[in-house]
Design a protein around this ligand. Sequence first.
Ligand code: ADP
Length: 481
Amino acid sequence: MKVLQVCAEIYPLLKTGGLADVAGALPLALKRHGCDVRVLLPGFPAIRRGVAAQQHLAVPALPYGARLVRGSLPDGTACYLIEAPELYDREGNPYAGPDGRAYADNHRRFALLGRLAAMLAEGLDAEWVPQIVHGHDWHAGLAPAYLKAAWRTQGRRVAASVHTVHNLAFQGTFGLEILAELGLPADFYQAHGLEFHGQVSFMKAGLHYADRITTVSPTYAREIQEEEQGCGLDGVLRARRADLSGILNGVDDQVWSPLKDTLIPSRYGAGDLASKRACRAALQREFNLAPQAQAPLFGVVSRLTEQKGVNLILSGLPELLARGAQIVVLGSGEPALEGGLREAATVHPRSVAVHIGYDEQLAHRIVAGADVLMVPSRFEPCGLTQLYALKYGTLPLVRRVGGLADTVVDCALENLADGLATGFVFERFEPADYGAALRRACALYRREGEWREVQQRAMAQDFGWAAAAAQYAALYRRLLP
Ligand code: ADP
């Protein structure tokens, strides 16, 4: 079964968030389930630098003078890069310029991605023609639309399509004036198509035209069918609920495993938590925090946005400090939130540490060194950091929403008694609920034996990619004739 993955970022070459982790891990996991996987990517500089054995394919003229390159990703997976310097030759964030504003030609940059996905399904590379085109997020949203258009012109279905929503809040919506540039049939612009309140929506195109829709957790699959989390597309998703399912993301064991992780000061397993304590002490030293051991060290590795609940973390700082706890934050995002955290670190240098920026290696040291990892999100499609945290025996403190609700069990007395608890979970996106979870974490920390038991249970949870890959492979199979 030939499967083309279509995405805009991929670990370890280019990453802005969880999407890259998924794109990076899924191909090998799918191969173990009998899929012949290739990946189609825009030729961003960071991606072109990391792809080996590049070879231009002789193909008919492509839009924007683009050229198609075949190569191989660091894990050996075959890939196609779209070489279009005018569109993709920009360093850094793949979606926005250094000023943080989305590129004005993003509709061209990502329409081309979707278009080439469909062209590959039509036989652009005669040696390898995908039967399934699996696109990720709005960047690949037009792929199913181009496939439908190809079906119409060819009078036969060229490939089946799957569209995965990693975050419905980012939709790729553009003014109507771009329509002519897309080269899609005029009647695709309608409410039952890619029209969204008088604009063109790439995400909606994916949701409408794909044969199947998936998202990254079962709970988020339900939530996005409701108004509160539907981002205006809940009606479209309700109409397609028979074709929508949630498949929980996994964790790449090659990247995130406390037993093998070379980025942390000492490796450890569930039976050797002394080494985890060494990671904690090293983290305190690194950030010049007081070397205390009687209250938890909280960690945050996140985009610093309202979605991620960073305002809750700020509002709860007095409570956290009053209990003698500490916090290390790594992330970047909204200036007001960055400023608030920086100020707290200045006022409380022995208890609050903040590193503004993106740092893959520091992320590992925080996940290993912290006692509790906070993910108090307003909404969370899956969330990966709480999964890493569980593996590292760092108890997640999360809101009961999306993938967080599917992966963490609260340390309520009954869950402790029944051997189910793995972290701290609160309901409402409000300081009072968050604060109660914080207090629960501090209280449990004082009960050493119970804390260790919960850590060991957390570390025993299985969030590998095998289960997800099996579900995707089964979904693909059902789509084949
Ligand atoms: P999202 O994709 O919504 O940002 P996820 O939890 O799904 O959230 O994935 C975030 C990924 O990005 C994780 O791999 C996390 O470790 C990583 N990450 C987020 N912020 C940073 C940062 N500042 N430095 C390093 N890694 C980060």
